[in-house]
Design a protein around this ligand. Structure first.
Ligand SMILES: Cc1ncc(COP(=O)(O)O)c(C=O)c1O
Length: 459
């Protein structure tokens, strides 16, 4: 534990409540880099180890009940263990998990995606969101014969070479360790929400194959993008023959059954899907225009006298992921699950802003759909939590808060009060988050704010 934090009552309480997690972490440190399997789980003094989940809740190895606001990195729109999904997965595992062959469920899965996702003339399954964006950019380069990809600062699209910089650093386009500079040179990074900068780029550089973005903004709208930017971007891409990749890995089947394309009324040339599409199991897909995905087609490529894009992948359309995906997508198509999650998001934002107002803290909780983000106001702006308009602020205002101990204690404070948010920055709601867990989260937030005041992390 950092010595300057050792007097923190918040941290001491976390340590007191989580001895089982601490013990597992000690073992993990001898085996796994930093003791973890995903960078976002890195947490001092130790991360949580979770045993099971149900609906909006999960329980750690010490038996602590937690309201889950991480939602399986966004994959659980229906909460943990929706009964129909669990049964479908169990039944499929009993029949087999990998046949090295096609199976009927991959067609049912595809039909659902085609019904729901506006651009999905053709679908190719992959094993993760990272694989989906990897394939999407390759398809776009092959289709256009151009080489470069436009990305926006802080937008996250997985961790492969083309996406491994410009997310939380390297905004100048220099590569992170292990990424060839030639690959980085094939990426142009721009700040979001500056349509004139995009226009200037497209006019000056005819080698841009595609633009990829998180359709409501970096980290599910933490740096928000208004719908009007997306509409303008769509128009510009059409004018300049640049393909539009909407990264719907998180927004897909969440903002609406048809994802951001339905919610914003903008159709992509190709979109990337993962998380909800596979019902919380590993999996993903690219879905898009037929002429684009035809670059994966043996017959079409041969007929056109061109080389196809090679694409094997052991876990593509894995039968267990397909079973989970089908049940999840049917529930989203046939019920009001997206609307309920969105309503829970709105209720959460307003409950937490009421806490900030009551506690006289000049922060704000903002976001759209089923997401909430906490603006901790690092520059000391004049903020009224209940009248905060995130679209009125310049994108630079949403820079990460550099106060590390505030971030750490904010997260741990929520955990000791029974809530597991997405770090200190916010969270994701599901269709199972009802008024009771929202009220309990608001109470946990108030207790955390008061503890932070006592520890002089906030005034
Ligand atoms: C918008 C977005 N794209 C791509 C990815 C990468 O997906 P995966 O973690 O399945 O590789 C993520 C993961 O969080 C994401 O949020």
């Amino acid at each position: 534990m950092d010595s300057h934090l050792s007097n923190s009552a918040i941290i001491n309480e976390y340590v007191r409540r989580t001895p089982g997690s601490a013990a597992l972490y000690r073992d993990a440190l001898g085996m796994l880099p930093s003791g973890i399997a995903h960078d976002s789980r890195w947490m001092k003094p130790h991360p949580l180890y979770v045993e099971r989940g149900a609906g909006p809740l999960k329980w750690d190895v010490d038996g602590n009940r937690l309201i889950d606001l991480f939602g399986g990195h966004g994959s659980h729109l229906l909460g943990h263990c929706p009964p129909g999904v669990t049964q479908a997965v169990q039944a499929q595992v009993a029949r087999g998990s990998q046949f090295g062959a096609g199976h009927a469920a991959e067609l049912d899965w595809t039909r659902l995606i085609q019904q729901m996702v506006p651009c999905a003339e053709r679908v190719r399954f992959v094993a993760s969101g990272t694989e989906a964006t990897h394939m999407a950019v390759r398809l776009c380069r092959a289709f256009t014969g151009r080489h470069k990809i436009l990305r926006f600062h802080r937008h996250y699209h997985g961790w492969h070479d083309v996406m491994a910089f410009g997310v939380d650093g390297h905004f100048d386009g220099t590569p992170t360790p292990g990424v060839p500079s030639a690959t980085a040179e094939g990426v142009v990074l721009l700040p979001p929400n500056d349509i004139e900068a995009v226009r200037a780029l497209f006019e000056a550089d005819g080698d841009i194959a595609a633009v990829i973005l998180e359709p409501i903004g970096a980290t599910t709208g933490a740096v928000p993008i208004p719908g009007s930017f997306l509409v303008a971007l769509r128009a510009l891409t059409e004018t300049h023959g640049v393909l539009l990749i909407m990264d719907e890995v998180v927004t897909g089947f969440r903002l609406a059954p048809g994802g951001a394309q339905e919610a914003r009324g903008v159709q992509a040339d190709i979109c990337t899907l993962a998380k909800i599409v596979a019902g919380g199991m590993p999996g993903g897909a690219v879905a898009g225009r037929r002429d684009l995905l035809d670059f994966l087609d043996f017959e079409v490529s041969a007929a056109k006298g061109r080389e196809k894009i090679k694409h094997p992948g052991t876990y593509n359309a894995n039968p267990v992921s397909a079973a989970a995906g089908i049940e999840t997508l049917k529930a989203i198509r046939d019920t009001d699950a997206c609307a309920r999650a969105n309503a829970a998001g709105a209720a959460m934002r307003s409950s937490l802003n009421a806490v900030l107002a009551a506690e006289d803290v000049p922060w704000a909780v903002y976001g759209e759909f089923s997401f909430f983000h906490i603006f901790t106001n690092p520059d000391g702006l004049d903020v009224d939590p209940q009248a905060f308009d995130a679209f009125a602020l310049p994108t630079a205002a949403f820079k990460p808060d550099a106060r590390k101990s505030l971030a750490q204690k904010m997260y741990l404070g929520m955990v000791v009060n029974g809530v597991d948010p997405m770090g200190h920055r916010g969270g994701i709601l599901s269709a199972t988050h009802g008024d009771d867990v929202i009220a309990q989260t608001a109470a946990a937030f108030q207790a955390t704010i008061r503890a932070l005041k006592e520890e002089r992390e906030i005034a």
